[in-house]
Design a protein around this ligand. Structure first.
Ligand SMILES: O=C(O)[C@H](O)[C@H](O)[C@@H](O)CO
Ligand SMILES: [Mg+2]
Length: 390
């Protein structure tokens, strides 16, 4: 079997979107005085879809959400020529070819995201060629069902957050991730607002449910040092991305400082990036995203590294490419899960582009042992609401 063609298209959502709200989610842009709509650069309303076809007609689907037009250019100009004519079963060699040939400017960020998309499509082909789901090629079914946590609860009106939490508590979720809206630039009022929102959600879900707290790189080491003691009474399962991804030493200090587990990884890339995080004991939960980190070839290695370090892997964002990694290792106890909503931040956009995503039931997800590959097809229902560029 040989790779015959690589097609990368950018799907840009032109349909209805939830309008931006102030203090929706603390983020790295909050540090700037002219931040404006600070979440703007963190809304993923475009997605690159990669279709790789083999000489015997198998088509593999990959995807990347970071900088979709740039990712497409990298795939078209640099990666496609490296894999066309090659055997997809040589996936490790092909990964090294893509990684090493772009090392001068790649290694992290959109280059690795582009490599991830090609790698996902390759693994989709592998599964389809032997009529097995990808998780069966990685270690098989390690769970009867995948526990998942409800992820949304962006900062807004507290009553609305409580109603949202109640709705999904009633649907059987026993773990919830919420977002802070405030950080170092919002002063003592922001601290009070942050604590009020955690209190409000805890009042609804109680203490028999897990609560995860998302900072999305919107705090800094000093602010996190001050917030951690105030958060301990809420018994969070983890505090996520309190500092920017490059502040690995900051992560490590916070991990030493507090009993609250510190999580991160959705903005880290390759096995090498995670080796550094784990060697420095920077995080207690690893959250790579398989469509960023280097694809399934890289994520599978990171799962093994995390198993060796006894650090749980709970990949970012849910989505099928991550569910296969969670299903295939005991090192990954659960998945993140965004239900399908109107398009807001963009994690939900995945449902509008692809079909095949499992819907959570009673806080669990299920994968089908009989569906080959990643289990995704293109969703044709919303095509008229996308501008698609070849
Ligand atoms: O952990 C997450 O789900 C991500 O950080 C979100 O995608 C981002 O939108 C911030 O909530
Ligand atoms: Mg996050």
């Amino acid at each position: 079997m040989k790779i015959q063609s690589v097609r990368a298209r950018v799907f840009e959502w032109k349909g209805k979107t939830v309008p931006p709200q102030a203090n929706f989610c603390s983020n790295a842009m909050d540090a700037l005085y002219d931040r404006g709509d600070s979440m703007k650069t963190f809304r993923f309303h475009g997605w690159t879809v990669v279709e790789i076809e083999t000489d015997d007609g198998i088509v593999g689907l990959g995807n990347v959400a970071l900088a979709p037009h740039i990712a497409k250019a990298i795939i078209d100009q640099y990666l496609a020529p490296l894999v066309i004519g090659q055997d997809p079963w040589d996936y490790e060699y092909l990964w090294q070819r893509m990684y090493r040939s772009t090392l001068a400017w790649g290694r992290k960020g959109v280059a690795m995201a582009a490599i991830s998309a090609v790698d996902l499509a390759i693994w989709d082909i592998l599964g389809k060629s032997v009529n097995k789901p990808v998780f069966k090629l990685l270690g098989g079914r390690t769970k009867e069902r995948i526990p998942c946590y409800y992820s949304k609860l962006y900062r807004g009106d507290l009553k609305a957050m409580q109603e949202e939490a109640q709705t999904f508590l009633d649907q059987g979720f026993t773990a919830f991730k919420m977002r802070f809206g405030y950080g170092p630039n919002h002063g003592t009022r922001g601290v009070a607002e942050n604590l009020k929102s955690v209190q409000a959600v805890r009042e609804v879900i109680g203490y028999e449910s897990d609560l995860m707290l998302e900072c999305y790189m919107g705090w800094d080491l000093d602010y996190a040092r001050r917030m951690l003691p105030k958060l301990e009474k809420f018994e969070p399962r983890w505090l996520e991305e309190p500092v920017i991804a490059d502040d690995v030493d900051g992560y490590a200090e916070l991990s030493r400082l507090s009993a609250i587990p510190i999580s991160g990884g959705e903005h880290e890339f390759t096995l090498h990036g995670f080796r550094q995080l784990l060697d420095k004991k920077a995080v207690s939960v690893v959250q790579y995203d398989t469509n960023r980190v280097g694809g399934i070839t890289a994520a599978h290695k990171i799962n093994a590294l995390c198993e060796a370090h006894a650090i749980p892997v709970i990949p970012h964002a849910g989505q099928m490419h991550n569910y296969h990694l969670t299903m295939s290792t005991l090192a990954s106890p659960m998945s993140e899960y965004f239900p399908q909503f109107d398009v807001e931040v963009g994690n939900e956009l995945f449902y509008y582009i692809f079909k095949g995503e499992p819907v959570a039931k009673d806080g669990f997800l299920q994968l089908d042992d009989t569906v080959p590959g990643l289990g995704l097809t293109l969703n044709t229902e919303y095509l008229d609401q996308f501008q698609i560029s070849e």
